[in-house]
Design a protein around this ligand. Structure first.
Ligand SMILES: Cc1cc2nc3c(=O)[nH]c(=O)nc-3n(C[C@H](O)[C@H](O)[C@H](O)COP(=O)(O)OP(=O)(O)OC[C@H]3O[C@@H](n4cnc5c(N)ncnc54)[C@H](O)[C@@H]3O)c2cc1C
Ligand code: SF4
Ligand code: SF4
Ligand code: SF4
Length: 497
């Protein structure tokens, strides 16, 4: 290993370690996650590694999957050894030279999305005569909030192009136009899929750009979780009373889509992203790249806090540009740390593992347990052999589940996130929710969950009732039980606005 590689590996180890440590403390990468992401989705290769590394996991030869035979501590070891889980930071966000947290330092930059880094970099590149054109996306003057890809050649237009439009934009068409118009040094701003297109045209054996390319292209990739079909999304907003011509900003943060008439004010409408799923562009369901892994510079908001950007400089020129823009007063550049990185890794992982839920991969072999029952040989474990457990755990009713609550007045629901914290598989879990008015129960709602694995979290939305346009609040009773353990949760909470 060369010195450089050694340095790189130790840097990588440093942040991987923090990442894993945090995950283990949060008990997120547990057996529940392994079952949910890998086994249930049919991605498991049946290698048996998970069972090999854990004293409370056995290989179930009949079901062809790991089986929990004791109390899971949620240590995450099985999850982190499985060859099918995506846990290596490089696999999640690609390689980069340096990470930064940045924001604009130029007073002219206005109307930017997060920290204004993209706009400020374009201003720097024009001022320094490092580019003669840039490819950006602006709002269509004819159709509010529809994206149009544009060639721009000056700083004022760079400032006008600020802000995100959460729809596909045909940026490569504008790039090809710029190449035909003989621009020689072009900054290209685009989503990861846009960057993938440019990269393929430039680098693949069948790519066409390299054959007649006379332009140098600097790729600036935007982080991207998903985009929406404007033909479907905007009519929905209009039906909801939004006047698109008055909208100044759209923003996605913390799982919600916000619409603003005044950038500095409160949003006029906010939706959970899951409410807008039906308007999502279908291609985004097949996308695994959150952070524009092939760009020279990747820029997003996750992990950096409000009005700032998370930035990855991936190429040498990318690093040079960020650092020089910082030195020349275009950007405030702060160092990036493991806390920023954890948020990016977490989101990147959500995007990568969502692939596992693609229906076409779900091919299950149904095995007939009665016919194939194997002879069981009961014996005491020998020294060095894994002990087997007679599972009759005593469930502490107060600690079997953890329930997080959120009153969503707009959606008229009580949102519950229920986690199995006991470490044993909970089968046929019955959940009962009701509003308690004196001694009477109202609006009783029951649901049954077939399996809740250790440390697995499920979301339940309890619909609230209204009277005279007001939500009926008060005390809410949440109960859970299984046939095996009886009642394992029962609590009453006061619902307040
Ligand atoms: C569809 C989409 C989804 C995104 N999802 C996430 C996410 O999940 N997490 C996250 O951290 N960040 C996401 N971003 C990136 C984020 O919205 C900001 O673009 C990024 O943080 C840069 O902020 P800024 O203040 O530097 O941008 P600004 O300085 O305001 O510059 C924004 C630049 O984005 C370009 N642009 C706007 N819309 C598009 C488009 N549709 N296609 C191509 N280029 C466009 C403009 O040309 C402009 O140059 C997304 C962006 C888009 C376009
Ligand atoms: S204790 Fe639980 S999380 Fe840890 S290795 Fe075993 S099954 Fe996996
Ligand atoms: S380690 Fe992963 S792939 Fe291997 S058997 Fe366990 S779940 Fe399946
Ligand atoms: S999610 Fe992927 S396919 Fe969809 S806009 Fe973003 S980068 Fe493109």
């Amino acid at each position: 290993m060369t010195e450089n590689n050694t340095e790189k590996a130790s840097k990588k180890y440093e942040y991987s370690f923090d990442y894993i440590q945090k995950k283990l403390e949060g008990k997120k990468d547990s057996y529940g996650m392994l079952m949910k992401e890998i086994v249930r989705t049919g991605v498991c290769t049946e290698c048996g590694t998970c069972a090999a590394v854990c004293p409370v996991l056995e290989w179930d030869h009949l079901a062809g999957q790991p089986k929990l035979v004791g109390k899971c501590t949620g240590c995450g070891i099985c999850y982190n050894q499985c060859p099918r889980t995506i846990t290596d930071p490089d696999q999640l966000i690609g390689e980069f030279k340096t990470g930064y947290v940045t924001n604009t330092d130029i007073p002219e930059a206005i109307g930017y999305q997060d920290g204004g880094t993209v706009t400020s970099l374009l201003c720097y590149l024009f001022d320094e005569h490092l580019i003669d054109a840039a490819i950006v996306t602006m709002k269509d003057p004819e159709k509010p909030w529809f994206p149009v890809a544009q060639i721009i050649t000056n700083k004022d237009d760079a400032i006008r192009s600020s802000g995100s439009i959460y729809c596909h934009s045909q940026t490569v068409e504008a790039l090809m136009e710029a190449v035909r118009e003989d621009y020689r040094s072009i900054a290209f701003v685009g989503t990861p899929c846009n960057i993938n297109a440019v990269n393929k045209m430039y680098n693949s054996p069948t790519g066409m750009l390299k054959y007649f390319m006379r332009a140098n292209i600097l790729t600036i990739g935007l982080f991207c979780m998903d985009s929406f079909a404007p033909e479907a999304l905007y009519p929905f907003f209009e039906r909801e009373g939004v006047d698109l011509s008055k909208v100044e900003k759209m923003d996605i943060s913390k799982g919600k889509f916000h619409i603003y008439y005044d950038e500095d004010g409160e949003p006029v409408k906010s939706y959970k992203i899951s409410q807008l799923d039906k308007f999502k562009s279908s291609s985004c369901n097949f996308c695994t790249d959150l952070t524009a892994e092939e760009a020279d510079i990747s820029i997003g908001s996750v992990g950096s806090g409000a009005n700032k950007n998370t930035v990855f400089a991936r190429s040498g020129i990318g690093t040079e540009i960020i650092e020089d823009a910082g030195k020349k007063g275009y950007l405030t550049v702060e160092p990036f740390n493991a806390i920023n990185l954890n948020s990016v890794l977490f989101l990147a992982k959500l995007k990568k593992v969502s692939q596992y839920n693609i229906q076409k991969r779900k091919v299950f072999i149904v095995r007939d347990r009665d016919e194939e029952e194997e002879p069981k040989i009961e014996s005491k474990p020998e020294e060095g052999q894994k002990p087997t457990f007679d599972i009759k755990p005593i469930i502490d009713a107060r600690r079997a589940l953890s329930v997080k609550r959120n009153l969503n007045e707009e959606a008229k629901t009580l949102e519950l996130s229920i986690t199995n914290t006991i470490g044993f598989l909970l089968e046929d879990l019955k959940i009962r929710i009701a509003i308690v008015d004196d001694v009477f129960e109202k609006n009783v709602w029951n649901t049954k969950i077939k399996e809740l694995f250790p440390y697995e979290e499920i979301d339940v939305n309890y619909p609230l009732e209204e009277k005279d346009g007001e939500l009926i609040l008060g005390e809410v009773l949440i109960e859970a039980s299984t046939q095996k353990y009886g009642k394992i949760y029962s609590k009453t909470y006061k619902l307040k606005k």
